[in-house]
Design a protein around this ligand. Structure first.
Ligand code: SF4
Ligand code: ZN
Ligand code: ZN
Length: 303
């Protein structure tokens, strides 16, 4: 069997289709898909400063690599933001890779840590509150650092490596937990209303699958020996992921169908939450829909 577009051997058969592509044509397909998502959802303007949130994993590093290729010849500025949560035997090797990648590609990298921002590493938080899944703190604190630092740095869009599989998981998690408010901020461009205190998040990999991104990272030597977070198997997300993978195996296209049907109702969901006002957190001043932001609620719990 040959590549669909040339006589070379294929390196991948695309999920949800029988199309097989060689490395060259897969890379073209991949970049085209990213460009199309950016274009259709008006993700980027000419004068944007985009902060790419990087962890050292395949998704964020592939994203940084593709966005760097697309926007280097333009006026759009790209910087990388990385957060050290303080998880032993996890972040160190990934960080080294992020640093060397940014240096090689001349991308400014800004690093932040839970320890410096909140006084505790995630490992210390885990010890202090063993009853709560560490991902709860991790997600909320990471979002806060990213938003606060993006505002300080003049970043007006935050790009994350979320892919189709991630989005399908989150949609389902929110359904299972009856959390429509959390679903209202999803989509290729996040948020419900434009507010200067929120930096909009964009997901250029929204329609790419985990399999495609893994293949891209491997084929282009973007993936170093990535170490998985030791807490990854503890979260609610992991149970949903396992369930979804079983379904996808039995009924191919399930993940795409979840995301696709969600997108058709998303404008209505967003509309129904539009009237809720954006407040300033009484403790830290950050934007929140409540009186005190979630990060401050969790910090209070810890202290
Ligand atoms: S698996 Fe959980 S603790 Fe680990 S990096 Fe992800 S959100 Fe944080
Ligand atoms: Zn080919
Ligand atoms: Zn706060």
């Amino acid at each position: 069997m040959n590549c669909r577009n040339c006589k070379n051997n294929p390196v991948i058969t695309l999920p949800n289709s029988n199309v097989s592509l060689c490395k060259k044509h897969f890379n073209i397909y991949f970049e085209k898909k990213v460009r199309k998502t950016i274009r259709i959802y008006n993700m980027v303007d000419k004068k944007d400063i985009i902060g790419v949130a990087v962890s050292g994993g395949k998704d964020s590093m592939s994203l940084l690599s593709v966005l760097n290729k697309i926007f280097r010849p333009t006026k759009v500025k790209l910087i990388a933001l990385s957060i050290d949560e303080g998880i032993k035997n996890y972040r160190d090797s990934n960080f080294k890779f992020v640093k060397s990648f940014c240096k090689k590609n001349k991308i400014n990298l800004y690093t932040f840590s839970f320890k410096k921002e909140f006084g505790k590493t995630l490992d210390e938080i885990k010890k202090k509150d063993p009853g709560t899944i560490p991902c709860t703190f991790c997600g909320v604190f990471r979002r806060k650092i990213l938003n606060d630092k993006a505002l300080e740095l003049g970043v007006n869009k935050l790009a994350t490596g979320h892919n189709l599989d991630d989005e399908a998981q989150t949609i389902l998690m929110n359904q299972f937990r009856k959390n429509t408010r959390a679903s209202a901020v999803l989509g290729p461009v996040t948020g419900i209303v434009n507010d200067p205190k929120f930096v909009r998040r964009i997901k250029p990999f929204y329609f790419l699958t985990e399999k495609e991104i893994t293949a891209f990272a491997f084929l282009n030597n973007i993936l170093d020996k990535y170490v998985e977070c030791p807490n990854a198997k503890l979260g609610y997300r992991n149970s949903v992921l396992e369930l979804l993978n079983q379904f996808e195996k039995k009924y191919p296209g399930t993940k795409y169908n979840i995301v696709s049907s969600f997108l058709s109702t998303l404008p209505l969901i967003k509309e129904s939450f539009k009237e809720k006002t954006v407040n300033s957190c009484r403790k830290c001043g950050a934007a929140t829909s409540k009186d005190i932001c979630q990060a401050c609620v969790l910090l209070e719990k810890l202290n």
